[in-house]
Design a protein around this ligand. Structure first.
Ligand code: HEM
Length: 435
């Protein structure tokens, strides 16, 4: 089923029914004062995170507030700007709390297509730097979601220092990831006290979000690393067409989809039984910057590529037969008696049957960040997965130690974050940390 064609950015500027631009919302706010803006946010809250209040693509607008943060089960947008931050040396508990409050306020506005701050990009004093950097003026919300997370180091540094008096709030599940076979991690691309995942259908809107949140953090936290992504590598909704990764294969076919409500509850959201209480409704995010050695991959014959993945390249059907969404038959054999889905095939080793029934909600993106000194593209998959316990990712990643694809992959960045539940209107992300 083809996806709806989004209107050109800005084309819905004055049509609140289909998506509102920053300029359009400013007009509304001016006409009705703060109440008008609050009314828009409250209206959107009824819809809840993960479903657009209106429109699709560039016109989509997701509520920021709700029981879960948006940007997890939300249909994966086309573009990503992901950023990890470290708190400034000497930053205080109050500064951490005020940063989260300021980020919440700014994120709630930007996701609704509003400028940051009451005076925005051009409405303030000509003698002060504007509150909003301005590059998203006139662009609609573009399905922007902003998802915040807390790294293990926020609770306790590697040498055991509890900088913000929150070590006792650390969820037991939030442990640094172990070292995996083949890891070639670069510290400058790994870890972080805080993370912000900004996804949108317009790259300028996603970049605007991270830029403004960085600006707001100035003096309290600074960027540690960031990653741009294009072309989602997963579907998170049955309404989406399965995209392709840079190996040219459909990716996301067997992914956990938002419509599978009970499976999402079972595999993604932290429940009362999981705890701690302040994380209920939240999740855990694993980020892995996986470089693809695509120059080598491109010399591999088609049938071998398909054997390594375990699916056909065209249709994306299992090598055990059938169409894209046919279930894998892991015990099927080929004419020569060998397994139809090879023993080292990616989909076999990642399948729930080999991993205690674990399903991850994958939400990654393709990236190309120029090239290296040997003229090879610095390209790959920025893998993102949400799960109710990072140990679940560890189980699957350990199983992938035997993955035939590893010859063409190099994991160079890694991070894990606790994703708190969504903020209630009037509250802030991570309120539970300080309660
Ligand atoms: C660059 C690295 C990777 C590539 C190119 C890749 C590619 C693919 C492809 C083409 C599929 C089949 C389509 C689908 O069902 O989505 C797939 C499935 C899957 N992948 Fe990956 N993947 C990568 C890394 C990972 C990692 C790091 C994990 C988790 C640790 C993972 C977990 C899964 C899972 C759980 C499935 C579904 C298996 C099933 O139930 O059939 N993948 N991947």
């Amino acid at each position: 089923m083809p996806e709806p064609v989004p209107p050109a950015p800005g084309s819905s500027a004055d049509d609140p029914g289909r998506g509102i631009s920053r300029r359009g919302l400013l007009g509304l706010a001016a006409a009705g004062g703060v109440g008008a803006v609050a009314g828009i946010a409250a209206g959107a809250a009824v819809v809840g995170a993960g479903r657009p209040e209106s429109g699709s693509g560039a016109a989509a607008r997701y509520d920021f507030y709700g029981p879960h943060q948006a940007g997890i089960t939300t249909p994966a947008q086309d573009r990503l700007h992901f950023a990890a931050f470290d708190l400034a040396a000497g930053a205080t508990r109050d500064e951490l709390a005020s940063l989260l409050a300021d980020w919440t306020d700014a994120a709630a506005r930007m996701t609704q297509g509003l400028e940051v701050g009451e005076t925005g990009a051009v409405g303030g004093s000509p003698y002060a730097p504007p509150q909003d950097t301005g590059e998203a003026l006139g662009l609609p919300a573009s399905g922007l979601t902003i998802t915040f997370g807390f790294g293990p180091s926020l609770f306790e540094t590697a040498d055991g220092v509890d900088r913000f008096g929150i070590a006792d709030r650390r969820p037991p599940a939030l442990q640094a990831l172990p070292r995996f076979t083949g890891d070639a991690l670069v510290p400058e691309r790994s870890g972080g006290d805080l993370c912000v995942q900004a996804c949108a259908d317009d790259p300028q809107v996603a970049v605007h979000a991270i830029r403004n949140l960085s600006r707001i953090a100035f003096g309290r936290a600074s960027l540690r690393w960031s990653q741009l992504g294009f072309g989602r590598t997963s579907s998170t909704s049955t309404s989406q067409v399965t995209p392709r990764n840079l190996f040219g294969f459909k990716d996301g076919t067997a992914n956990l989809k938002a419509e599978e409500r009970s499976a999402v509850d079972e595999h993604v959201w932290v429940s009362d039984a999981d705890g701690p209480a302040w994380m209920v409704g939240g999740s855990y995010l694993v980020a892995r910057r996986i470089r693809m050695i695509i120059e080598s991959w491109d010399r591999v014959q088609l049938s071998e590529q398909e054997d390594l993945v375990g699916r056909t390249k065209g249709e994306g059907g299992p090598m055990s037969g059938g169409a894209e969404f046919t279930a894998l038959n892991l015990s099927a054999t080929a004419a020569d008696g060998s397994p139809a889905i090879a023993r080292n095939a990616h989909v076999r080793l990642a399948h729930p049957d080999l991993n205690d029934g674990i399903r991850l909600l994958r939400r990654g993106y393709n990236f190309v960040d120029g090239n290296d000194a040997l003229g090879r593209l610095d390209a790959g998959l920025f893998f993102l997965s949400f799960q109710k316990d990072p140990a679940r990712f560890v189980t699957v990643q350990r199983s992938l130690a035997r993955d035939g694809l590893n010859e063409y992959l190099k994991h160079v960045g890694s991070a894990v974050f606790a994703i708190p539940p969504g903020a209630a209107e009037g509250g802030s992300i991570g309120d539970g940390l300080f309660a």
